[in-house]
Design a protein around this ligand. Sequence first.
Ligand SMILES: [Zn+2]
Length: 263
Amino acid sequence: MKVEIRKKLDLEVVGIKRLDNLGEIDYLFSTRGGTSEMERLDFDRKGFNDGEVKRSYIAAANSFGVDVADIFVSNQVHGSEVLSLIERPKKNEMFGVIEIDGVVTNLSKIVLVVLTADCVPVLMADVKTGVIGAVHAGWRGTVAGISAVAVKTMVDSFGSKREDIVIVFGPAIGPCCYKVGDEVVETIKKRFSSSKKYLLETVGEGFKLDLFGLNRFLLREAGVPDGNIVSSGLCTHCNPELFYSYRREGAQTGRMMSAIMLR
Ligand SMILES: [Zn+2]
């Protein structure tokens, strides 16, 4: 089994074998937590002053052995830019201020975070040098190539070698459920000659998009060996007991945290 639901201190998380035992690299993919009020998890930063969200962030910090102030949360804007964090952001820039969808660093004791409820959370780890990255890849970011941009940033800013970078896709809406409209279909067809592989057509139902597959394609194109790319394969929409889903529950749904840190 490459995936299992397990505990990371007080958090219910998705464990991915490939990211376990990577020495100084620690990570998590949260679920929506348990059924009791104290076990529920929600990382929607806009609700930070709610008890539940604050408690979730504290639990995440504890699970990494750091303070909440060490968690770096950007303001995700569905873009394709990646921030190369060569020094720690100022205190007032750590939470929801910097508009960016990908972050890469070699700094320790700073937790890189992606918040999602259907988009693909991508965690990256250079297993040789400890450079880490976190990327938010919805359809716009995916098509704009954000995962490949993050790989390039690891190489250009920190000297990573592509063959040393392990990349994991956390839970996201799968090709089983991700119906897309004309705008998305046309964009994908225009951008990718192999679009048929990633746009699955069902008669009477229109198209469904395989975001996992598309990100894998782009990463391979960027020079990452296929064997280094691991997909959780978990669909947020299919698993209501485990995950929030924007498509299923609407805008008021909670957010899962995917996070990575160098100890
Ligand atoms: Zn599904």
